[in-house]
Design a protein around this ligand. Structure first.
Ligand code: SF4
Ligand SMILES: [Zn+2]
Ligand SMILES: [Zn+2]
Length: 315
């Protein structure tokens, strides 16, 4: 297997692009793919400040590294949810990366603020771990972006993540999610802009990127992801991709090109208003986060104060 660009020994084959690359040209290819996504979906400019949601895993660290190397103003946000056997290691990986790159990393820890982890909040709400966790993370990211004056939140969702999410949304005809599924969700109604610059890269490519760049990331996936539908969808899509390379690209990028506008034009955007407790946008009187925290006997405003203190003063 030879590099498409220089004919040297290739280190990775990307079958959907009918290409293989040596280390040098693979890095060049991956940078180009990210630059192409940023440009195609008009995600952000060099003048804007980005808040990168960093989990300590390969995708978010690869994203942070790529954005920094491209000259973007990218600060990290690590949210410590207190997931046993995972959060401590992933937090350390995020810290190591930030200190090696001399990059700004904001940290928010549920345990430090409330003395509980996200599992406690999930149990008190009779919810799955992931459902409680997702709500907490979205709330923190939005508030942190506003507090710190960031123009956009960048997350490390890759092509595999997005294709799996799309499959799930289609299987259950989640028309509201299909309307919103995009690598660029503009700011509005109190919600920060959200972007996914890795949406053209597969998981193998972000792993290879970290390996080549010597980025030390947490190898294990979050233990709570085991047995979730998302993993099953990824397996199914990988099988399709193995027999017909390019299927994932066709499915997801094709949806962005042609399918999404169908939902976008027909499904109305929900009207949001400020939560009467915390002021964050919601469709109800009190937002989902405040209700979730109240059911767990926790003060939602304590988190708000910690975020303002950490992120607001750090920029
Ligand atoms: S897998 Fe679930 S619990 Fe783990 S970080 Fe993701 S959403 Fe949270
Ligand atoms: Zn080469
Ligand atoms: Zn609220």
């Amino acid at each position: 297997m030879r590099c498409l660009k220089c004919g040297q020994k290739a280190c990775l084959e990307i079958r959907r692009h009918h290409a293989a690359f040596c280390p040098e040209h693979l890095l060049e290819h991956l940078h180009k793919q990210v630059a192409r996504a940023i440009k195609a979906y008009r995600m952000f400019t060099k003048e804007e400040k980005l808040l990168v949601a960093v989990s300590g895993g390969k995708d978010s660290l690869a994203l942070w590294d790529i954005l920094l190397s491209m000259g973007y103003q990218a600060h990290g946000l690590y949210i410590d949810l207190g997931i046993p056997g995972y959060s401590e290691t992933s937090r350390q990986k995020a810290r190591n990366f930030a200190s090696a790159k001399k990059a700004v990393l904001h940290e928010i820890s549920l345990r430090e603020i409330y003395g509980v982890d996200v599992g406690y909040i999930a149990r008190k709400n009779a919810k799955t771990f992931c459902s409680a966790c997702g709500l907490v993370k979205r709330y923190i990211m939005n508030l942190a972006a506003a507090s710190g004056g960031y123009d956009a939140i960048a997350t490390g969702h890759n092509l595999d993540d997005e294709a799996a999410a799309l499959l799930g949304n289609l299987l259950y005809w989640q028309t509201g999610y299909l309307r919103r599924q995009s690598p660029h969700m503009p700011a509005g109604q109190g919600l920060a802009r959200k972007v996914k610059p890795l949406c053209r890269l597969g998981e193998r490519e972000t792993s290879a990127y970290c390996l080549l760049q010597g980025i030390d990331y947490v190898l294990e996936e979050c233990p709570m992801s085991r047995g979730t539908h998302t993993l099953l969808y990824k397996e199914l899509l990988n099988k399709l991709e193995a027999s017909a390379p390019g299927t994932k690209d066709q499915f997801y990028l094709g949806f962005l090109r042609t399918g999404r506008s169908f939902f976008h034009n027909r499904i109305e955007e929900p009207i949001l208003k400020p939560c009467t407790k915390c002021g964050q946008p919601t469709t109800d009187e009190v937002c989902g986060f405040c209700r979730q925290m109240s059911r767990a006997g926790l003060d939602p405003l304590a988190l708000r104060a910690a975020i303002v203190d950490s992120v607001g003063s750090g920029v």
